[in-house]
Design a protein around this ligand. Structure first.
Ligand SMILES: C[S@@+](CC[C@H](N)C(=O)[O-])C[C@H]1O[C@@H](n2cnc3c(N)ncnc32)[C@H](O)[C@@H]1O
Length: 489
């Protein structure tokens, strides 16, 4: 037993644990170099084009993420490394089957990258920083500082405080109650503890939170449960701590890859009111500083105020996960600016299911989760309606309608439209990209699906990867249609 009576990990090293209980083989849309390129461009950086980028993924697990990136970006060069050799084998087989010469996957400790690999325009490190022994963490940041090209963008995700102070309650209980042993046995024992807790979760002050957390864990895989709540290493951080560690290496955290987790508008009444309740009057200034910090990643001169503002906001939004985007401080990121949207394309997952009867009737948009958005404002209706009608291909910002309201003319109307687009982006309603995925606007006579998706469908995977780097559930009919044997040659 270790200190605090917490059972020690099973014998064997970290790689053995990932071999015994392979991590879920997923793709992560937020890591896509085109998304990182968009955010960097909005922050006034000049990132290399994603389609020709050199991309490195550290701790890529079973390799599904770099595999899909190499298949989507044939002119890019993708390298993925992970300590555990066995889980990488399926992705290496897919690499050969799909003839992906632009992909290199290697079982290797991220601390020993050969000098000959050179530098990279994009470095992705998803789900690793919190989950490695303490001595590996500085090496991750050192590698980013040493290997990122001057205009490159790095993505670093980790479990975050203050939200993980709550999640850690369950981890603590599980690590105390589940005896040492092989990962699969410990996970099975943990499931029993969780089931016993769920049966009594309706009592006590934490019942609402606990019930939701236990229901969520029921839907998540055994490998997630093990590496999140049982394995020895899972160290959350405040975003400000990671920003400090990055700054010590000449790096700057300039944004979060999920724009909806950031303060979108420091003058937003609801957010400001919430802050005032926590910090008292005078918080308007704190909110303004937080807005600056979030928008630039660079602490303004009044550093203590910046720190407290970011941490207060992360408390109010109960942040438990962060996807920090880093660049070299010398690249000098600026606040996000709507006018940089010129030349970009936008798309949305929202659909127009039924056109309104009259031009002034509300427009109803339906989301992927079947939630409906009813738009009454004429400008928003015209803008978001046009984007929704353009489907997954999206449309150029410069072709979108501007306000026809009296008094808003010419250049001012464009400024106003772009500000509205940036707001929609910050609320997660639209995606912005300077890269166009090679997808067709209409189904042709002899459609050919993405080769990786066909291979996944043929191997009975429950989901397949799309050209937009998302996972999509497939049923028997989908499989039949996707199966390479039914495609014209
Ligand atoms: C929680 S998993 C995440 C895997 C993958 N990135 C994902 O999010 O699906 C952490 C991964 O980091 C890898 N890892 C841990 N220490 C490492 C090291 N020193 N060098 C390379 N990979 C390492 C593990 O083998 C494991 O696959």
């Amino acid at each position: 037993m270790k200190g605090n009576d917490v059972p020690a990990d099973e014998p064997g090293d970290l790689a053995a644990a990932y071999q015994a209980l392979p991590y879920d083989d997923l793709t992560y849309p937020a890591t896509h170099p085109a998304r990182l390129h968009s955010l960097a461009t909005l922050h006034a950086l000049t990132p290399p084009e994603p389609q020709r980028a050199r991309i490195l993924e550290l701790g890529c697990g079973p390799g599904g993420n770099p595999l899909a990136l190499a298949a989507q970006l044939p002119d890019a060069e993708v390298v993925g490394v992970d300590l555990a050799a066995e889980p990488l084998q399926a992705a290496i087989a897919s690499r050969h089957a799909l003839g992906l010469r632009n992909l290199h996957l290697e079982a290797r400790d991220l601390r020993t990258l050969p000098a000959s690999w050179g530098s990279f325009d994009v470095i992705i490190c998803h789900g690793v920083y919190s989950w490695v022994p303490p001595e590996v963490r500085p090496a991750i940041l050192d590698t980013i500082a040493a290997r990122l090209t001057p205009d490159g963008v790095a993505y670093l995700s980790y479990n975050a405080y203050p939200g993980w102070h709550a999640r850690g309650l369950l981890r603590d209980v599980l690590r105390r109650q589940v005896p040492p042993g092989p990962p699969r046995l410990r996970t099975a024992a943990a499931r029993q503890v969780l089931a016993a807790l769920a049966a009594r979760a309706d009592v006590g002050e934490l019942s609402a939170w606990l019930t939701a957390e236990l229901s969520l864990l029921e839907t998540l895989s055994d490998s997630y449960l093990y590496f999140e709540h049982l394995a020895e290493h899972n160290q959350p951080f405040y975003v400000t701590e990671v920003a400090d560690a990055a700054a010590a290496r000449g790096l700057t955290v300039f944004a979060d890859a999920d724009p909806t987790t950031e303060l979108t508008d420091p003058s937003d009444a609801a957010e400001r009111d919430a802050l005032v309740q926590v910090h008292g009057p005078g918080t308007g200034e704190v909110a303004r500083l937080a807005g600056h910090a979030r928008a630039t990643g660079a602490p303004p001169p009044a550093r203590p105020a910046w720190r407290s503002a970011v941490e207060a906001l992360d408390l109010l939004t109960f942040r438990s996960f962060a996807r920090s985007l880093l660049c070299h401080a010398a690249a000098a990121p600026q606040p996000r600016d709507a006018q940089r949207l010129a030349g970009a394309r936008v798309r949305t997952d929202l659909r127009v299911e039924e056109e309104p009867d009259t031009a002034s009737a509300p427009l109803v948009l339906t989301g992927a989760d079947e939630r409906q958005l009813v738009l009454r404002d004429p400008d928003l209706r015209a803008l978001l309606g046009a984007i929704a009608r353009s489907g997954p291909v999206g449309c150029p910002v410069d072709q979108l309608p501007v306000s026809e309201r009296a008094g808003v003319g010419g250049g001012q109307a464009v400024v106003q439209r772009n500000a509205q687009l940036l707001d929609l982006f910050s609320r997660g309603q639209i995606q912005v990209s300077w890269w166009q995925a090679p997808i067709a606007a209409a189904v042709g006579e002899r459609p050919l699906a993405f080769a990786l998706a066909r291979r996944q469908a043929a191997s009975n995977a429950p989901t397949v990867t799309t050209l937009l780097h998302e996972r999509c559930g497939v049923d028997t009919l989908d499989r039949f249609l996707l199966d390479a044997h039914h495609q014209p040659t």
